[in-house]
Design a protein around this ligand. Structure first.
Ligand code: GLN
Length: 447
């Protein structure tokens, strides 16, 4: 813990932590020492972790990197972090992220962007770590936490993991409790870890996952020993290659990486099967209707009365308006506008209901694929990390999620693993998608 706290101080230029909690960290580490001395050892005893700012931590700032949650300190602890502390983990601080987890580059954070510890070869220019879990990914890559919590609504665990050469898994919807995680799009949000390798990710997920009476969408199924899956042979595993993921304009190096991944699995005895997921091209547009719709509803609670920022006004409506105008950043305001529009009378059927139908079709594509294959292999992202300010068009930014959103729309587990370097020396990731509650197979194949 002391070594990590010292490393965090030296790495402040990355802007990965927005709150450091050295007192808590030392107290928790001492408690772990006492447990170890008494012969007790939790699965994460004494392991120092970073926590994405989306997780409520009792008495410790939890602001979803939004100005609207200015100075908010919850009186309760999220279920996921409660599980981690139960197993002996130590909290180093709260990690930077895109505001309310809306973004793919960590540039929408009220606290400024995060710097990716990776640089292009022959260049010292700063790059983004991806998002929304940009602080989590950068901190793991920079060794300023042993592992981190993260969340994924459309790719926010897997895309930053790919941009930083780390491992990130979004488990099946319902595997982790969402209680105490600031809501973005409740039917898509899931927690998961970002870690340095597949084994660490397996150990983390085992601790994070649980059924929870406080989240009725959490699932009452035993949590397997994910670590035990690592090292199991994959001979005979059927790996699907979906032809619709070979999108127009995909860089040659991403395509080459994808083929290399298939060859690695084949060399281990897996069988490669061409499959079709015909509704793939509708996933991104449908996601950018469903996610903002749910967000506009979830974010209605930030009214200047109950949480965080309050900007006074002439009357209560004026106060609401002033607080929300000053508290929400541009991307969050854009999502609220889109979401409110697609839910409004006259547009609801044309947009929201239609997007929900598309969502069902995407899920059915996968249901059919599972008759033929055990996992699906795709690239994690269409490009390596880019520079801050490089992507200014929001639709261009949304294209970052092209390979990851289908997984959230269908509620499936997906893991991103580092698989090589781009021509300019940046990490690239491959994604494995699994059947519902097929995380063990993902860890097995990913390792
Ligand atoms: N980049 C996507 C978005 O902005 C996904 C974010 C996420 O998974 N939280 O909505």
């Amino acid at each position: 813990t002391d070594a990590y706290l010292a490393a965090m101080e030296k790495a402040r230029v990355l802007n990965a932590y927005i709150v450091e909690t050295p007192e808590q960290a030392r107290a928790m580490a001492k408690a772990s020492d006492a447990k170890l001395a008494a012969g007790q050892r939790g699965a994460l005893e004494g392991i120092p972790l970073g926590i994405k700012d989306l997780f409520a931590t009792q008495g410790v700032h939890t602001q979803a990197c939004s100005h609207v949650l200015h100075d908010f300190k919850p009186q309760y602890e999220s279920t996921v972090t409660t599980n981690l502390w139960r197993d002996g983990a130590v909290m180093l601080g709260k990690l930077n992220m895109d505001e309310f987890a809306m973004g793919s580059s960590n540039e929408t954070s009220y606290y400024g962007n995060v710097i990716n510890p990776w640089k292009r070869k022959d260049s010292n220019a700063a790059l983004v770590p991806g998002g929304s879990s940009g602080g989590s990914a950068a901190a793991v890559a920079a060794h300023i936490c042993a592992a981190a919590t993260a969340t994924d609504t459309g790719g926010s665990i897997r895309q930053p993991a790919a941009f930083t050469g780390t491992v990130g898994i979004k488990p099946t919807y319902g595997r982790c409790s969402r209680w105490g995680i600031v809501a973005f799009a409740s039917s898509l949000d899931q927690a998961g870890p970002i870690a340095r390798d597949v084994r660490d990710a397996a150990i983390m997920l085992k601790s994070m996952a649980s059924v929870d009476p406080k989240d009725t969408t959490s699932v009452d199924m035993p949590v397997p020993d994910y670590e035990a899956a690592i090292g199991r042979p994959i001979k005979g595993l059927r790996v699907g290659i979906p032809k619709e993921y070979r999108v127009d304009g995909m860089p040659a190096e991403i395509d080459a990486l994808w083929q290399k991944g298939a060859e690695w699995l084949k060399a281990q005895g897996a069988e490669i099967v061409e499959i079709s997921l015909p509704h793939t091209k509708y996933a991104l547009p449908a996601y950018y209707i469903v996610a903002p719709a749910e967000a506009s509803s979830n974010l209605a609670r930030y009214d200047g009365v109950r949480y965080g920022l309050r900007v006074p006004g002439d009357d209560i409506v004026d106060m609401y308006e002033n607080s929300r105008a000053a508290g929400f950043g541009r991307e969050v305001q854009r999502r609220i506008l889109i979401g409110t529009y697609v839910l409004s009378a006259g547009y609801y059927d044309a947009y929201y209901v239609r997007a929900q139908k598309v969502r069902t079709l995407i899920k059915q594509d996968f249901d059919r694929a599972w008759d033929k294959v055990d996992v699906v292999l795709t690239p994690a992202t269409p490009s390596p990390a880019f520079a801050p300010g490089e992507i200014t068009d929001p639709v261009q930014m949304y294209l970052n999620d092209i390979f990851t959103v289908t997984v959230n729309m269908a509620g499936l587990p997906g893991i991103s693993v580092p698989a090589g370097l781009s021509a300019d020396g940046l990490p690239l990731g491959l994604q494995l998608i699994g059947k519902p509650f097929g995380e063990e197979t993902l860890f097995q194949a990913a390792a």
